[in-house]
Design a protein around this ligand. Structure first.
Ligand SMILES: Cc1ncc(C[n+]2csc(CCOP(=O)(O)OP(=O)(O)O)c2C)c(N)n1
Ligand SMILES: [Mg+2]
Length: 392
């Protein structure tokens, strides 16, 4: 689906006659194109003077809404499956749908993405079957998708490590001469607020900067690194860190799918044109637990969660579509029904996933195998055979 480009001069069709959203004292400066009440803002100016706009057709607006609802529903189904013992663990994206769908839909086909373990919404936007990460969290496979086919790398649990992988990849894209034109390639690396304290992420910032790599650092600041709040990671807004490394940074309302789209599209296009890296801080909130093994009531208060509920990414999009008569009750009911059907289907397929043969753990360790691994496999097979015919 061709989306409208931000930065172009076309006016937002139903935008309020308002421009730059000025930050009031005490509020973070952020790029916003859709308020929590569902009011459309025509344009917003970033800290370096970039003017962000995003213009979509009605069909595209409805498509973004559908994406948001679907990824939330599939995520809820995965959480339920974990609670019923069908997955070992699940890292929910609840609350972060707009940051993920907005940035995910802003990528062009040739762009490469490097996710953490929470980017189920971006995975969905890349056209990957949403069952894939459930195999990983069920422990029956390693994820299963082909990173080169979908331009979406494997999930990375080691905090921040993927930013270095992305930097190396982006340096390669640049060296291969695939930047410098409208159809050039760009790379996006996802990570969290906690990851910004990792050495890997800071090293990635240095390398990407000095090699002018076509890389967008997309930090979903969901306010927590498990139980550690943001104030234990930084004394300055995270997007301002970029200045010290020599590239631009911008904070976007991560609960606003339109602004997340516009800011990402702009940053990726700059990268593909050869203008180097940038940092996007998507200011959002993790509405659920860190993972299903976490209990957030131990470290955060209910009123904070309530305050963020009022900024829900789906509710504001629904309010906008309703007010502007872009969608009606029948459309919303059809999307809910589609989400329900797809989540039932997901559940059925998870329950049918076969347990892997233990010996397959030796597969895919090295692309061309290794003699040592072959020996280990042979020993393990012999060991397993020793149980044949026994009661165990
Ligand atoms: C190198 C490393 N250190 C510690 C951990 C344990 N760990 C898993 S998730 C997490 C917090 C990450 O927080 P953040 O970067 O904000 O991402 P979020 O989970 O909030 O999306 C930590 C410390 C890890 N996986 N890898
Ligand atoms: Mg976090």
């Amino acid at each position: 689906m061709a989306k409208g480009d931000p930065g172009v001069t076309t006016r937002g069709r139903r935008a309020a006659p308002r421009s730059t959203r000025a930050a009031t004292a005490g509020e973070p400066e952020l790029v916003q194109l859709l308020t929590p009440e569902g009011e459309r803002i025509e344009s917003a100016t970033g800290p370096d003077g970039t003017e962000y706009r995003a213009d979509f057709t009605d069909e595209e607006y409805r498509g973004l809404y559908r994406d948001l609802v679907l990824v939330r529903k599939l995520d809820a189904e995965a959480t339920a499956l974990q609670r019923q013992g069908e997955l070992g663990l699940w890292a929910s994206l609840l609350g972060q749908e707009a940051a993920q769908v907005g940035s995910g839909r802003a990528l062009r086909t040739q762009d490469m993405a490097f996710p953490t373990y929470r980017e189920h919404g971006v995975l969905y936007c890349r056209g990957i079957d949403p069952i894939m990460p459930l195999g990983l969290f069920r422990g029956v496979d390693q994820g299963g998708w082909d990173p080169n086919e979908f331009k979406f790398n494997m999930y990375t649990i080691v905090i921040g490590a993927q930013t270095l992988h992305a930097t190396g990849y982006a340096m390669g894209v640049h060296m291969d001469g695939k930047t410098g034109s409208d159809d050039g390639e760009a790379v996006i690396a996802y990570f969290g607020d906690g990851a910004t304290s990792q050495g890997d992420v800071n090293e990635a910032f240095v390398w990407a900067s000095v090699f002018n790599s076509p890389l967008v650092f997309f930090c979903q600041n969901n306010q927590y690194a498990i139980s550690e709040p943001l104030e234990r990671q930084t004394r300055v807004p995270l997007y301002q860190r970029a200045g010290g490394f020599g590239f631009p940074g911008v904070r976007v309302d991560g609960n606003d799918v339109l602004a997340s789209y516009a800011v990402t599209r702009h940053a990726m296009d700059n990268a593909r044109l050869g203008q180097g890296p940038s940092l996007i801080e998507a200011y959002t909130y993790r509405m659920g637990a860190h993972t299903t093994s976490d209990d957030p009531t131990r470290y955060r208060i209910a009123s904070e969660v309530e305050a963020w509920k009022a900024k829900d990414p789906i509710a504001r999009m629904k309010a906008f579509l309703t007010k502007q008569q872009i969608a009606d009750a029948d459309f919303f009911a059809a999307v809910d029904e589609q989400a329900r059907t797809e989540s039932v289907h997901l559940r059925e397929r998870v329950l049918e996933m076969p347990n892997p043969e233990p010996v397959t753990m030796f597969d895919h360790v090295y692309p061309n195998g290794s003699p040592e691994l072959d020996e280990q496999r042979a020993q393990f097979s012999k060991y397993m055979e020793s149980f044949e015919g026994s009661a165990h």
